[in-house]
Structure formats: C-alpha cells, structure tokens
Design a protein around this ligand. Structure first.
Ligand code: BTN
Length: 321
C-alpha cells in the first residue's frame, strides 16, 4: 500500500496550513486542496479553519503494510504473502481471485474498508473504513474435508492468543465461529471452501472480521461490541493487531495441519462461553447443558438422555431462556 502522506501529516490532529502541507508534500496548494477534498469524499472528516489551515477531525488508524511487516515474527514473515488494500468488495473474494498454488506462501489480504463484506449465512458484515480489521487468508488443509470442522475453532484460539500477546485477556469463544466479550460479539470467522486440489488437500479461505474502533453500526442485527469499547484502556492500533493475529494464525496452522484439532481442545474449552449454560439446538428440538467440544470440534450437549454432539454447520446453538 502506498504511504498516505497527506493523512500521515494530518494524523497528529494539529492544524496544518495549506502552505506547509504543500511544502512537505512537494506539491502546489491547489493540489493539497484537491487531496483534502478526496479524503473528505472517502468519509474522513477534515476541518478547514479560515486563515489557519486544515485539521483532521476523525481519529485515524490506517493500515500500513510496512508497519504490519515490522511487527511480524520472522517465521510468519517468511510464510505469508501480505496484501494491504484501501478498499475491496470482500477480502475473502480477493483471496479467492488469487491463484493459490500448493506449497506457495499463505496469501493474507487486509483492507481498510469492504464494500460487500460478508458474514455467515449470507449476512452482510459491517465494514466501515478505517475502523475494524477485515482480513482473509488462503489456507491449504492436508487433512481433507474432515479437518474443516476444527478450523474455525482453531482460528478462534489464534485470535484469543493474539489478544493475549497484546496484553488483553478475557475474550470468549462462541461455538463455532464467533468472538465474544462481555456477552456481545466483537468478531466472527467465515470459512469458505475454495476447492479440492487433489484427494486429501482442500483449499479454504478463512475470513476474520474484528470490530476494533467501531462505535456505531446501523446494519448489525445482534448485540455487538468492539475491542475499544470492551477494553478501552488498551491503545488499539490495527497494524499491531493485524500482525499479532497473523503471527498466531501462522503458528496454529502449522500445529493444526500436523495434529488436527485435538491439541487445541482444552485451550478452546477454556474460553467457551456456552460451558455449563442451558442451551437449545436444532430449532429448539434439542436442549441440554453446554458440555464443551469433542475432539472433532462438534459441540456437546448434556441432555436428559445423555451426551449428544451437535455438528458444526448451519445448526445454531442458543442459550435457552
Ligand atoms: C460472521 O458472520 O460472524 C463471520 C464474519 C466474517 C467477516 C470477515 S471480514 C473479512 C472477511 N471478508 C468478508 O467478506 N468476510 C470476512
């Protein structure tokens, strides 16, 4: 991604005269004015103060490929091929457009905004510019389709580890794909199958959406929160968060490919928000107490007639009231 120099200069939130911006950018004052109009059209608020200059109003935390790479562990930097975009329809769709050659680096696409961000079950995923983390990875699973059920659980573990690495604890996991804090969703995982390369090798696209700074969303139809809302004392920087998530995903994928989900089961259970809760599944036809996941990543309900495993897929588990 090209450095956004005008925004870099305005990023200190001080007033900058047109003349000093022009000088520092090496362009005319008219060109500065045109650039200001462009960023305003992109939804970034810049105040024009007569006789003084311009001041950035919107808090900015833009993605910067260089800063993400700086924060990557050496092993992950070697394993991933990182692309950072200002805007895209969907980062999952962008990974799908890339040809994933087996054995090549893991493609990771991040964007500052998505125009058609997608969630599970055909839902839209709210993706305002510069607010949240929208990230997708192309993964090759050697374990075939069987390994898929554990994948989103393992990615959830990676996100919790990434937050821990930044000094933030207390995130919860809601089977099978949601990230929770304080009873509200702050992120989700969308795993889409790209195809089978050859028997036993499946290519998937794993998309991760994490609400970071978002303070309002009219298009979200469930209780939600964001990292900044739930952990306001942490100074959230998306480049650091992105690097931490990439580091942890690269590490867990290696272990998952070799040993499957079972090695992550206890850690996943430690963050299970359903454990011990009265739950219902299959449109209310099955109810029981949350008993954690089995080795295959299916959710277990302790029912009146014994323990029943619920498969990942389109069955939704709810806390019964
Ligand atoms: C869910 O419904 O909980 C899953 C949401 C997944 C959203 C992410 S944002 C990055 C990636 N690109 C998309 O279009 N969706 C996923």
């Amino acid at each position: 991604m090209k450095p956004n120099t005008l925004l870099d200069l305005l990023g200190d939130h001080r007033v900058h005269s047109g003349e000093s911006l022009a000088q520092q950018l090496g362009v005319s004052r008219t060109a500065v004015w045109k650039q200001i109009r462009k960023v305003v059209a992109e939804g970034i608020e810049v105040k024009t103060i007569r006789g003084q200059g311009y001041q950035l109003v919107t808090a900015l935390d833009l993605l910067d490929q260089r800063k993400i790479v700086e924060n990557l562990a050496k092993e992950s930097a070697e394993r991933v091929e990182l692309v950072v975009l200002k805007e895209v329809d969907s980062t999952n769709a962008e990974v799908a457009r890339k040809l994933l050659a087996p054995g090549s680096a893991m493609p990771v696409v991040l964007a500052d905004a998505q125009t058609e961000g997608r969630g599970r079950r055909g839902r839209n995923w709210s993706s305002p510019k510069g607010q949240n983390l929208y990230m997708s990875m192309g993964l090759t699973l050697r374990g075939g389709f069987e390994g898929l059920s554990g994948l989103s659980l393992v990615l959830g573990v990676a996100v919790v580890r990434a937050l821990n690495a930044l000094g933030v604890t207390g995130a919860g996991l809601k089977w099978p794909n949601d990230l929770y804090a304080g009873g509200k969703k702050f992120g989700g995982i969308l795993v889409e199958i790209q195809g089978e390369l050859q028997e036993g090798q499946v290519q998937v696209i794993a998309g991760l959406g994490i609400n970071v700074h978002m303070t309002e969303a009219t298009d979200v139809d469930q209780p939600w929160t964001s990292l900044a809302r739930y952990w306001p004392d942490h100074a959230w920087v998306r480049n650091e968060l992105a690097a931490s998530v990439i580091n942890e995903v690269a590490a867990v994928m290696e272990q998952f490919e070799n040993g499957g989900f079972s090695a992550f089961r206890d850690e996943w259970q430690g963050h299970d928000i359903f454990l011990g809760q009265p739950l219902s599944a299959k449109d209310g036809t099955l109810s029981g107490i949350g008993g954690g996941v089995d080795v295959g990543g299916n959710y277990q309900l302790d029912t009146a007639t014994g323990r029943v495993s619920v498969m990942a897929g389109d069955i939704s588990l709810r806390v019964s009231v």
